[in-house]
Design a binder for this molecule. Structure first.
Ligand code: PMP
Length: 422
């Protein structure tokens, strides 16, 4: 094993405070599902830029489109002006994503990151309904700004705000009752109960699979129940598809399988396709209440990201069935190995769960996942943890990973877990 490079903190003299993940190397180059550090060591990537690289690192088709655009001096800045790059993206997004799914949502560019998409969704919902409360779920993750943090169910993240946050009301996510069937009767009762403190909410925000929260998968019927409740009780339904959208669960949007149509949808991470910052807030036409200038900013509608996003849609979503089939097949391949790993470790509470190409592996020993992640790194695999106590290994390979690469990564993971057990 190559000696790890000194951390950035040790090599920089200044007091730069940076949020670095704990991998003790400096990364340099990457292509497809492989990333290299500056000392020439190669890692297989099951992290994919926290879900921002569904099409792999430096995807050659996207790279070509970007280089062509730059070479012809395409507009690169990001103000919300009309550009050919923006028009091309909107046309393709409409033709390949919205229309085939019967969606009539309007598209806005709220800023560069997923947090911006969520913040815009919450702000819009409150303006439309003229109410302030937003219902969110236990273990949800929606971002770091004050509004998005208020609907994030992670105490460590919330502590970053220092003082209590306002306007978020948490409710139990589908897995909260350990697999026992939960319906929404209790939720309705609270809405009716004048003394419950739950003022009529403007909206409910939900992830169909909680990524940061520990790969908690909502059942389609639970999502349908939630959508139905939102409709009956005059609350807008916001699906935060920042991490699970763009094909991660198989379909382009993660809620398609449940057959629901959210009022507002957030997308970011892999929509730009190349790791370039880009975020979208989609909303039903009747929610289009903002006057021009009521929600704006400098870095939104990033033109180079429009170019790579358009290339990604053309390449992978013109035939969405084959993209979905491939993702489901890779997911089945993943699940088969996870099942073997679980069977190999009886008495540890080992369990796995997931959908499409996002999977979680958990043990009763809450420190296991972090130790296994560190061991996997030493064996040449990047894999992150998730969950409130970092107790879940989260598998997030590129959707474009080959079956052989996936197998290699899964075998490395199995070895890492085994070596952690000893
Ligand atoms: N929503 C979800 C579901 C996320 O997973 C994330 C990022 N992990 C965000 C919002 C925030 O996105 P960003 O980090 O780009 O601001």
């Amino acid at each position: 094993v190559t000696q790890p490079s000194p951390s950035i903190f040790e090599t920089l003299e200044s007091e730069v405070r940076s949020y670095c993940r704990s991998w003790p190397v400096v990364f340099d180059r990457a292509r497809g599902s492989r990333i290299h550090d500056e000392d020439g060591r190669t890692y297989l990537d099951f992290f994919s830029g926290a879900g921002a690289l569904n099409y792999g690192h430096n995807n050659p088709v996207l790279k070509r489109a970007l280089l062509d655009y730059l070479e012809r001096d395409g507009v690169t800045h990001s103000l919300d002006m009309s550009t050919t790059a923006k028009r091309a993206f909107l046309e393709r997004f409409q033709d390949l994503v919205l229309r085939p799914r019967g969606l009539t949502h309007k598209v806005m560019f709220p800023g560069p990151t997923g947090t911006n998409a969520v913040e815009a969704a919450l702000k819009l919902a409150r303006k439309v309904k003229g109410r302030e409360a937003i219902v969110s779920f236990t273990n949800a993750f929606h971002g770091m700004s004050l509004g998005s943090l208020a609907v994030t169910g992670n105490s460590m993240k919330r502590a970053g705000a220092g003082i209590p946050l306002v306007h978020g009301t948490p409710m139990p996510f589908d897995n909260y009752f350990d697999g026992r069937v939960a319906d929404f009767l209790w939720f309705e009762r609270l809405l009716e109960d004048q003394g419950s403190g739950l003022n009529q909410p403007a909206a409910v925000i939900v992830e169909t699979v909680q990524g940061e929260g520990g790969v908690n998968v909502a059942r389609p019927e639970w999502l349908r129940g939630l959508a139905d409740l939102c409709e009956r009780r005059d609350m807008l339904l916001i699906v935060d598809d920042v991490q699970m959208g763009c094909g991660r669960t198989g379909s382009f949007f993660s809620f398609e399988e449940a057959g629901i149509v959210p009022d507002i949808i957030t997308l970011s991470k892999s929509i730009g396709g190349y790791g370039l910052p880009m975020a979208l807030t989609l909303f039903k036409p009747e929610l289009d209440v903002w006057e021009p200038g009521e929600h704006n900013g400098t870095f939104r509608g990033h033109n180079p990201a429009f170019v790579t996003a358009t290339a990604a849609l053309d390449t992978y979503w013109a035939d969405s069935d084959s993209m979905t089939k491939q993702t489901i097949a890779r997911g089945e391949q993943t699940e088969a190995v996870l099942r073997e790993i679980v069977a190999e470790h009886p008495g540890t509470g080992a369990r796995h769960r997931g959908r499409g190409l996002v999977w979680g592996l958990e043990f009763d020993d809450k420190g296991w996942a972090s130790r296994a992640s560190a061991r996997a790194f030493e064996l040449g695999l990047l894999i992150e943890t998730s969950g409130p106590q970092d107790e879940v290994l989260k598998l997030l390979p590129a959707l474009t990973i080959t079956a052989d690469e996936l197998d290699e990564g899964l075998r490395t993971l199995a070895r890492a877990v085994r070596q952690t057990a000893q």
